[in-house]
Write a protein that binds this ligand. Structure first.
Ligand code: SF4
Ligand code: SF4
Ligand code: SF4
Length: 203
């Protein structure tokens, strides 16, 4: 084998391993997204079953919500029926997630002192360098929107707030409607159940 054949062979090997690495990463990411869709799908299933008799349900329009923080207090329930939801398909799986980390973290690790969330409701899991997955521990989430603001300001905006039908009692007049400064809360058909960021229906 001459040097150029040797180089070609090495190059083929490198190319094959790069393709393998890429396809492994693509597969990994598509698996993660798949599991996320299943997660949100499960939520939709619950919502449809619980609210189908009501005809319509309250939802936040993610395109209008400014994560002002009022949802945490305005809901008649404590904690609020509004929680953070993650649209995984929009997420960059960033190592430095501005929805997870405080403005000036001491270190890029999960130490409480580095986190933006006041209740530690975001679970950060290493995927593979340099990717991390962020999941909401829903019982801990109070719907304050701090993470949503951080993610929307400097990240992909994949974290958003939504009224969860497994908590919301579907008040005749949602208290958040009166307090929302951006008219982001409206009724939608119960069959539709959820407005998912990135998949908003045309009005
Ligand atoms: S920062 Fe607020 S909205 Fe985000 S996960 Fe934590 S409690 Fe929920
Ligand atoms: S409808 Fe009632 S329970 Fe549901 S989010 Fe609004 S105030 Fe909270
Ligand atoms: S009150 Fe309106 S703008 Fe503020 S967090 Fe709730 S839905 Fe978003």
């Amino acid at each position: 084998m001459n040097p150029s054949q040797d180089n070609q062979s090495q190059s083929d090997t490198d190319s094959a391993s790069q393709k393998k690495e890429l396809s492994r990463r693509d597969f990994l990411r598509s698996c993660l997204r798949g599991s996320a869709v299943v997660g949100i799908g499960g939520v939709i299933g619950v919502a449809t079953a619980r609210s189908s008799a009501a005809g319509s349900v309250w939802q936040i329009d993610p395109a209008k919500c400014t994560a002002c923080g009022r949802c945490a207090e305005a809901c008649i329930l404590t904690p609020s029926a509004v929680k953070c939801v993650h649209a995984f398909a929009m997420c960059g799986y960033c190592k430095l997630c501005t929805g997870f980390f405080d403005n000036q973290p001491h270190k890029l690790n999960s130490g409480a002192e580095n986190q933006l969330c006041p209740t530690g409701a975001i679970v950060r899991t290493f995927v593979e360098d340099p990717y991390y997955e962020y999941k909401i521990d829903e019982p801990l989430c109070i719907g304050c929107g701090l993470c949503v603001k951080g993610c929307s300001s400097f990240g992909n905006g994949s974290l958003f707030l939504q009224i969860r039908h497994d908590r919301c009692v579907n008040c005749n007049q949602c208290r958040i409607v009166d307090r929302c400064p951006s008219q982001a809360v409206r009724r939608i058909p119960a069959a539709q159940a959820y407005i998912i960021k990135g998949k908003e229906p045309k009005r």
